[in-house]
Ligand binder design. Structure first.
Ligand SMILES: [Zn+2]
Length: 145
């Protein structure tokens, strides 16, 4: 007997850094946020078949501290086309190696050269998930030895 699973599932889609710089409620730095869409799909055996656009939920994420905030859908759709150039905002995620398996996770502003230590002595896997939370891609992590 084959069991067919179906229902709704949520997929996270990173739209990218969008819109104007806003002050983060948590770290009080001013950066354009990463925009992330939580889209709901009807699935059969976890294969998404139908997207429910009226159930879309958007969040903004501070690219430095990772603070997540809700943004109204109409506002998110307004800023979703407002890309941010590297001349306006240019952040790098650094993994500064301390010993064999431990790194300091640092966010560097390439324009001001300001470095913010986010988490000391963490594993690479933790840095990868921290970068994903911020809407970045793990392959963008710069390893500093
Ligand atoms: Zn922040």
């Amino acid at each position: 007997m084959a069991v067919i699973l179906f229902g709704t599932t949520t997929k996270h889609k990173i739209i990218g850094v969008r819109g104007d710089k806003v002050e983060c409620f948590h770290c009080h730095r001013k950066y354009a946020p990463s925009l992330i869409l939580e889209a709901e799909y009807f699935h059969i055996d976890y294969i998404p078949l139908h997207h429910y656009p009226d159930r879309d939920v958007y969040n903004t994420v501070c690219p430095v501290c990772g603070f997540k905030d809700f943004i109204a859908t109409y506002k998110a759709r307004e800023i979703s086309n407002l890309t941010v150039s590297k001349e306006i905002q240019d952040l790098s995620y650094l993994a500064v190696q301390k010993d064999k398996n431990k790194y300091d996770f640092v966010v560097m502003d390439n324009l001001t050269k300001e470095q913010t230590l986010i988490a000391p002595n963490v594993k690479m896997s933790e840095i990868k998930s921290s970068v994903r939370i911020r809407g970045g891609k793990p392959k963008e992590i710069i390893k500093v030895v």
